[in-house]
Design a protein around this ligand. Structure first.
Ligand code: FUB
Length: 331
């Protein structure tokens, strides 16, 4: 069949531009949901992993970038050796192997360990990796956020690029999270110890751009920020302290939303009640039309710092609020 390119190309371009410029096209046809089987939780059982950051990249696979709990643990001190996992069906997962260890980090803590919750981002054809790590023996006061870059989502041949400068107080500089908006602007967040910081990143993904802002509006914020967008709204999920009088327990995952990626945030509710771990930390991603929550529990080890990664389906209500996720277990 012959196609009139003079007419169809401008029409197609206009449609593409309209859908790319705004994540809130209410007239867009509903995306088809592919009903995938679930793997049963935890879904990686041969080593202990925590803090899963999940992303879907251009090759159509879903990638998970977790941290790694070494057995036996000493709190979270001995965490080291990052792996990447990927799938195209949620059931079969490929371990792409260890690609970064504290011994590779030349500015890092001499004794190693403390390779905590990482995140990854894609920009200008490259995959960027952000990891928190102390630069000194006094680990709690010497945190930095290291950066690496790779041509592959598996972080193969990762080239280390130093650390992000100008972030401020090294005390709570853990749990980096990077969100790239529809217009290509990247935002960087970090924050433990009850404080969360956000800022823009320059196009090179290795320098901050403009002021560093303290995020406000969260309820009982502790650590583990995860920012994403759905239908034009920005969402922030985080782990709470869960230590108010009369309401004490292990950490939960809560969320807020905002009309801006740097807040102010408005508190909305709880996404996940405590797992059996000392901590909680997760990510939310849409894959093949379905939203998923990634998180960790301790159902294999029954020890708070030997964690295992899990995934369950997540659903939005019509008004954009998120339904509490039902944790599922091994099949
Ligand atoms: O995994 C080490 C630390 O524990 C993370 O950075 C926190 O989010 C908590 O999960």
């Amino acid at each position: 069949m012959k196609i009139n390119h003079l007419i169809t190309i401008p029409v197609l371009l206009a449609a593409l531009l309209a859908s790319a410029s705004c994540g809130c096209d209410k007239t867009a046809p509903k995306e088809e949901v592919v009903e995938l089987q679930m793997p049963g939780n935890p879904f990686i059982t041969d080593i202990y992993l925590a803090d899963p950051s999940a992303h879907v990249w251009g090759d159509g696979r879903l990638y998970v970038y977790p941290s790694h709990d070494n057995d036996p643990p000493r709190g979270c001190d001995l965490m080291d050796g990052y792996h990447v996992y990927s799938t195209d069906d949620m059931v079969h997962w490929t371990d792409h192997g260890e690609f970064l260890h504290s011994r590779d980090v030349e500015w890092g803590r001499p004794e190693g360990g403390f390779m905590w919750a990482p995140d990854a981002a894609f920009k200008n054809g490259k995959y960027y990796y952000y990891f928190p790590h102390p630069s000194g023996t006094d680990w709690n006061n010497t945190w930095k956020v290291g950066i690496g870059v790779s041509d592959k989502p598996t972080m193969e041949n990762l080239k280390l690029l130093g650390y992000l400068e100008g972030l401020g107080d090294a005390f709570s500089m853990i749990d980096p999270c990077v969100f790239v908006d529809d217009d290509g602007q990247a935002y960087f967040y970090y924050g433990g110890g009850g404080r969360m910081i956000g800022c823009k990143l320059k196009d090179n993904m290795t320098e901050i751009d403009g002021p560093v802002v303290t995020m406000t509006g969260m309820k009982d914020y502790h650590e583990g920020p995860w920012v994403f967008k759905n239908n034009g709204k920005y969402y922030l999920m985080y782990a709470d302290n869960h230590q108010e009088p009369g309401n004490r327990g292990a950490n939960q995952l809560r969320y807020c939303w905002s009309d801006s990626p740097l807040g102010p945030w408005q508190y909305q509710g709880i996404i996940l009640t405590p797992t059996d771990c000392d901590t909680s930390h997760g990510s939310i991603v849409k894959y093949k039309g379905q939203w998923y929550l990634f998180y960790h529990n301790c159902n294999i080890s029954h020890q708070g710092n030997l964690r295992s990664i899990c995934v369950d389906k997540l659903y939005f209500n019509e008004d954009g609020t998120i339904r509490e996720v039902v944790q599922t277990f091994a099949k």
